[in-house]
Each structure stands twice: as structure tokens, then as C-alpha cells.
Design a protein around this ligand. Structure first.
Ligand SMILES: Nc1ncnc2c1ncn2[C@@H]1O[C@H](COP(=O)(O)OP(=O)(O)OP(=O)(O)O)[C@@H](O)[C@H]1O
Length: 257
């Protein structure tokens, strides 16, 4: 139901993505992995049409995804968010409801939207901080605010760019519980991540990227020494359970497939 077909993206002379094609079924949690600079963020942004001049197409239920952006919740990498912007936790999450408001209610949120925002904040255990400016939150709390926004949007497809950055194990566990609930509700999640080791077994499907798509399948199918060698330049990364693959060979040095 989500289909990426022959997607290529270039930033001037840099080829970020080359002929990426894959399909993702409804109700799956998909991990997008690969070394630094492999093109993970570029893939998520280009799927949404946030990066121009791309080749290829992205379909969602046989229609262009770009024309259905209201069905997609996007969590950008935390470095792309202006955390100093003077906005409260409540108002960040309420932004998710803009497309759900009828035009005559643009001056104020409906009771239903307020309930949904309240529920989303409770689910990420932040309802006690609803009036706090986001710059006064910890890194893990900030990540949870944006997860609450994604929940409140009630989107079918969630594109999450490194949501596990700056969070502790307890928050990571909470986030995985929420991902499982979303999956059970038929949502599809595509998550760019840098974790390694057993955590990757939690994904239903992995996409291993290094400018091109090196492997796509279950964690067992994808995490072979051959694929890891192709992606990271060293098969040793597969033995670094629990450690970041960022210590491995820089993707910039690696040839396109
Ligand atoms: N705005 C830009 N202009 C030029 N080149 C860019 C731009 N953004 C990304 N790139 C390049 O495109 C490639 C892919 O970058 P991207 O950020 O998508 O990788 P990534 O896999 O998300 O990396 P990381 O894991 O470090 O976040 C890299 O070579 C990067 O230097």
C-alpha cells in the first residue's frame, strides 16, 4: 500500500539516493538503517515532496503520496527543529489538528480536538507539562511531544526520523509500546534509526540503505555479513551489538551499488 518506485535524489553534484524501490504493507513497523550520510533523512523528506527535483514516484494506496499529506505524520530529526521557538507543549501537539478543523473554527480548537490532544499527551506521559514552553523540556520529553503530535494527527502513515535520539531506556520502552499500539490499529511506521543489536529485531521489516537500497526484508534477511559489508564497509559492525554503527566506515567513502 506504500510503494516507492525508482526514487533518485540529487543535491547539486551529490547523489543522495539512487533508484530506490520498495513496498511496505499496512500495519507494519519498518526500520530504515544505514550509515551516516546514507540518505535516510533524504528518503523520508523526498517521499513527502519536501525536497524538489527528485526522480521517481511514491504511491500510497495507488495514489501519489504527495497529494495525501494529511494522511502522513512526519517527525523531523531533532536537529531540524527550532527548540527555542516560543510555543508550549499543548500548542505543538494541537498543530496536528489544523487539518481536522473546519474553516469556521480556525479561531479555536473544537472540543473533540482538545480531547484528542489531551489523550495524546497522556499517552506519552506529558499531560503534567502541557503549559511548559518546549525549550524548557529535556531531550527525551521533547521527543515525546513530537510523538504526541504524530498520535494526535491520527495519520495512517508515520515517518519518524531518528525518534530515539536523546532518550533513555524507559522512554524508548514507552515509545515501542506506542508503536505496537499504532501498528495494531493498522498504522504503518517507517522509522529511521541508529540503534543496533537486538533492538533491530523489533522491526517487522528493515530497509538497509547506503544511497541505494542494499537490502529489504525481515531483520534476519537483511542483517547478513554480506549486506553489512556492503553498507558499512566492514562486516564487524554486525558484532557490535548494542553499539552504534556510526563508528564504522564513513558512508561517504563508499561506492554506490
Ligand atoms: N541540503 C543538502 N545539500 C547538499 N547535500 C546534502 C543536503 N542534505 C544532505 N546532503 C547530503 O546527502 C547525503 C544524504 O544525507 P542524509 O542527511 O539524507 O543522510 P542520513 O542517512 O540521514 O545521515 P545521518 O544518519 O547522519 O542523519 C549526504 O551525503 C549529505 O551530505
Amino acid at each position: 500500500m506504500l510503494e516507492v518506485r525508482d526514487l533518485s535524489v540529487r543535491y547539486r553534484e551529490t547523489i543522495a539516493l539512487s533508484n530506490i524501490s520498495f513496498e511496505i504493507n499496512r500495519g507494519t513497523v519498518v526500520g530504515l538503517i544505514g550509515p551516516n550520510g546514507a540518505g535516510k533523512s533524504t528518503l523520508l523528506k523526498s517521499m513527502l515532496g519536501l525536497i524538489p527535483n527528485q526522480e521517481g514516484q511514491v504511491f500510497y494506496n495507488q495514489q501519489f503520496l504527495k497529494q495525501q499529506c494529511q494522511k502522513v505524520a512526519y517527525l523531523p530529526q531533532r536537529s531540524q527543529i527550532d527548540w527555542d521557538y516560543p510555543v508550549t507543549v499543548w500548542n505543538v501537539v494541537m498543530m496536528a489538528r489544523i487539518n481536522h478543523q473546519p474553516w469556521w473554527r480556525m479561531g479555536g480548537a473544537s472540543r473533540r480536538s482538545q480531547e484528542i490532544v489531551q489523550e495524546a499527551l497522556a499517552r506519552v506521559e506529558l499531560d503534567n507539562l502541557r503549559d511548559r514552553p518546549i525549550k524548557q523540556l529535556s531531550g527525551g520529553q521533547q521527543q515525546r511531544v513530537f510523538l504526541a503530535r504524530a498520535i494526535a494527527q491520527q495519520a495512517d502513515l508515520l515517518l519518524l526520523d531518528e525518534p530515539f535520539t536523546a532518550i533513555d531506556k524507559k522512554t524508548e520502552s514507552l515509545m515501542w509500546q506506542i508503536y505496537e499500539e499504532l501498528k495494531q490499529a493498522g498504522k504503518t511506521l517507517l522509522i529511521s534509526c541508529h540503534e543496533w543489536g537486538e533492538t533491530l529485531d523489533r522491526y517487522d521489516h528493515l530497509l538497509l540503505l547506503n544511497h541505494c537500497l542494499i537490502a529489504s526484508g525481515t531483520p534476519r534477511q537483511v542483517l547478513t555479513p554480506e549486506h553489512i559489508q556492503l553498507a558499512y564497509g566492514s562486516p564487524d559492525v554486525i558484532n557490535l551489538a548494542g553499539r552504534s554503527p556510526q563508528a564504522a566506515t564513513d558512508a561517504e567513502e563508499f561506492m554506490f551499488c
